[in-house]
Ligand binder design. Structure first.
Ligand SMILES: Nc1ncnc2c1ncn2[C@@H]1O[C@H](COP(=O)(O)OP(=O)(O)OP(=O)(O)O)[C@@H](O)[C@H]1O
Ligand SMILES: [Mg+2]
Length: 311
């Protein structure tokens, strides 16, 4: 069963008392303050807890019947198995009480990165992705993610839009529907690989920590796959942050993670933009205000980048 907040995220005070006490015991100090950062679309508790001794930790928690608990446990297994060079916070523990589960993660201190051209955060992010994907994932990581099917491999949407084109589909998509559906159909066979894939790379799933620099968070969708997935996912995010689609298309041509597999990159971008174009038109899910509007914007940004690869 999901416990949904009336708006935004569950708060620290929504967590059952036995789990709050269990966490305070494990952390060795009472919680004096809980701050919910902005960003993301989830409904679970995702909060920075301040402890009476001044330390801070980051906690994600949900009831055990909520699918987000399975996602949090997957994220915890991923954090424990990532290679040491990966840009991610450390897992501090998993705690259960009152049919809820909480995952405790090292706290990162700072804002979301600024992916606009006014900052060098985007450059730092490209460099992190190069490092993350330049060698195969360690066996322990591959084992940790092997139990959960890759959501990236299942992305599609143009197939459904081709069979029933919506009236409001932009000409850039209408004119190419059969080609987009064909490219997307090639994706599942190309979706396999041995690299670490974060699987949900957006500015709100990164924190620019004052000491560590840009750090990737929210590893709930992590999997293994071809090197291009995260770099190609980042491309529309940079367009949304103000970069020109032409510049970003050039970057994808040159970045090692995408340059090494141009066909795979194009097929992935087709599947991702198809997913967004299709899902943006669905009714809004409960507890995720803003998701559909974001998908509309991301769909247009992704298609603009993909357009340069098809011309
Ligand atoms: N280790 C951390 N330290 C500090 N802040 C963090 C940390 N991890 C995540 N955050 C912040 O909390 C927000 C929510 O965390 P996260 O993205 O992991 O939760 P989620 O519920 O899985 O998100 P989504 O809504 O994207 O599914 C992030 O956008 C980020 O701002
Ligand atoms: Mg998130």
């Amino acid at each position: 069963m999901s416990v949904l907040p009336t708006s935004g995220r569950l708060q620290w005070t929504d967590v059952p008392l036995p789990l709050r006490s269990r966490l305070e015991d494990a952390l060795g100090a009472p919680v004096t303050d809980a701050v919910t950062p902005g960003g993301g679309f989830g409904h679970q508790l995702a909060a920075a807890l301040r402890l009476a001794d001044g330390r801070r930790v980051f906690v994600k928690a949900a009831p055990d019947g909520d699918p987000l608990t399975a996602a949090n446990i997957h994220e915890a297994a991923v954090l424990a198995a990532l290679p040491s060079g990966a840009s991610a916070p450390e897992l501090l523990g998993i705690h259960r009480a009152a049919d809820w589960t909480a995952v405790v993660i090292a706290h990162l201190d700072g804002p979301h990165p600024d992916l606009s051209s006014a900052s060098n955060d985007a450059e730092q992010t490209w460099a992190l992705l190069d490092k993350l994907t330049s060698s195969p994932a360690p066996a322990s990581y591959a084992a940790a993610v092997s139990t959960v099917p890759s959501t990236a491999a299942a992305l599609h949407g143009w197939d459904e839009l081709l069979s029933a084109p919506p009236d409001d589909l932009v000409p850039a998509a209408c004119d190419r529907l059969p080609q987009l559906a064909e490219l997307e159909a090639a994706w599942p066979a190309l979706a396999h690989g041995d690299r670490v894939v974060h699987g949900d790379l957006r500015a709100d799933n990164m924190v620019r920590d004052h000491h560590r620099g840009v750090t990737f968070v929210d590893w709930a969708h992590a999997t293994t796959g071809p090197a291009c997935i995260d770099a190609a996912s980042l491309a529309p995010q940079l367009v949304l942050a103000g970069h020109s689609p032409a510049d970003i298309a050039r970057l994808l041509q040159d970045h090692p993670a995408t340059a090494s597999g141009p066909e795979t990159t194009t097929a992935f971008l087709a599947a991702l933009t198809g997913h967004w174009h299709r899902n943006a038109r669905k009714p809004a899910p409960p507890g995720a205000p803003g998701l559909r509007a974001y998908q509309h914007r991301a769909a247009a940004a992704g298609l603009a980048v993909l357009g340069y690869r098809l011309n």
